[in-house]
Design a protein around this ligand. Structure first.
Ligand code: C5P
Length: 229
C-alpha cells in the first residue's frame, strides 16, 4: 500500500525536502513535487529524489497546446513517472500533451478535473469531474486527479484501468485546511482510488513517520476488506 501513497513535498527548500524524504524513505513509495518546491529547488531536486523514489511532478500545466506539449516532454526527459495538466485547458491541449507523453512510456500523464479546494457543490463537482475525465480519456491521457468522492463514478465512466489520483485526504479529525471535498485513506481505497496524495496531515504531524504509517495501515485494512468481499 505504501506504493499507492504519495507524499506532497510542499516544503520551502531543497534542504527541508530532502530531510523529510529521507525520514520517510521506507514508508512512502512516491514523492509529489509541486509548484512551491519546484520553483524553489528545480529539476536538480527532482533528479535527486528520483534516485530513490518515484516522482509525481505536479505542476498542473495550463497553457496553449504547443507550450503544454513541450512542458510535458521536458517532464518526460527529466525522468519523472507522473506529471499533470489541467483538463480545463480543453481537448486540443490535452491531445497535444498526450501525443508528447507517448515518447516517454515510463511516464503517466494525468489531468486535474476539479480542484479538491473548489467550493462547487458536490453534485455539480461530480458531474463536471466525470465529464472532464471522459474528455481526458478520449484525448489519450492515463488518468485524472479528482476527489475521493468522484473516483468511483470516474472508474465506472472511464474504465478500471483509468487512473484516479486523490488529494484531499484527512483522518482522525485533522483540519481540512483549504480542502473542501475530503475523505480518509480507508474510504479512498474503498472507492477505488489508485493513488492517495497526502501533504499537511503528514508534513505537519508531530511524528510524520507515524502519520504515514497510520495512513498506510488504514489503506491496508480497507484493501483487505475489499479483497474479502
Ligand atoms: O496538504 P494537502 O494534503 O491538502 O495537500 C494536497 C496536495 O495535493 C497539494 O500539494 C495540492 O497542491 C495537491 N492537489 C490538490 N488538489 C488537486 C490537485 C493537487 O490538493 N486537485
Amino acid at each position: 500500500m505504501k506504493n499507492r501513497l504519495m507524499l506532497a513535498l510542499d516544503l520551502p527548500d531543497r534542504e527541508k525536502a530532502e530531510a523529510m524524504a529521507s525520514e520517510l524513505a521506507g514508508d512512502i513509495g512516491w514523492f509529489k513535487i509541486g509548484l512551491r518546491l519546484f520553483v524553489a529547488a528545480g529539476p536538480e531536486l527532482v533528479r535527486s529524489v528520483l534516485q530513490t523514489h518515484k516522482v509525481f511532478l505536479d505542476l498542473k500545466f495550463h497553457d496553449i497546446p504547443n507550450t503544454v506539449a513541450e512542458a510535458v516532454a521536458s517532464a518526460g526527459a527529466l525522468g519523472v513517472q507522473m506529471t499533470n495538466i489541467h483538463a480545463a485547458g480543453g481537448p486540443d491541449m490535452m491531445r497535444a500533451a498526450a501525443d508528447a507523453a507517448r515518447s516517454f512510456p515510463h511516464m503517466k500523464l494525468i489531468a486535474v478535473t476539479v480542484l479538491t479546494s473548489d467550493p462547487m457543490p458536490a453534485v455539480e463537482a461530480k458531474i463536471e469531474a466525470v465529464r472532464r475525465a471522459e474528455m481526458a480519456r478520449e484525448a489519450g491521457l492515463h488518468g485524472v486527479v479528482c476527489s475521493v468522492h468522484e473516483a468511483a463514478a470516474i472508474k465506472r465512466a472511464c474504465g478500471h484501468d483509468f487512473l484516479t489520483v486523490t488529494p484531499g485526504i484527512r483522518w482522525g479529525g485533522q483540519s481540512a485546511n483549504d480542502q473542501q471535498r475530503i475523505a480518509d485513506p480507508a474510504f479512498a481505497i474503498a472507492q477505488g482510488a489508485d493513488y492517495l496524495v497526502v501533504g499537511r496531515p503528514i508534513l505537519q504531524a508531530v511524528d510524520p513517520r507515524a502519520a504515514a504509517r497510520e495512513a498506510v495501515a488504514m489503506m491496508q485494512s480497507a484493501n483487505l476488506a475489499q479483497t474479502k468481499a
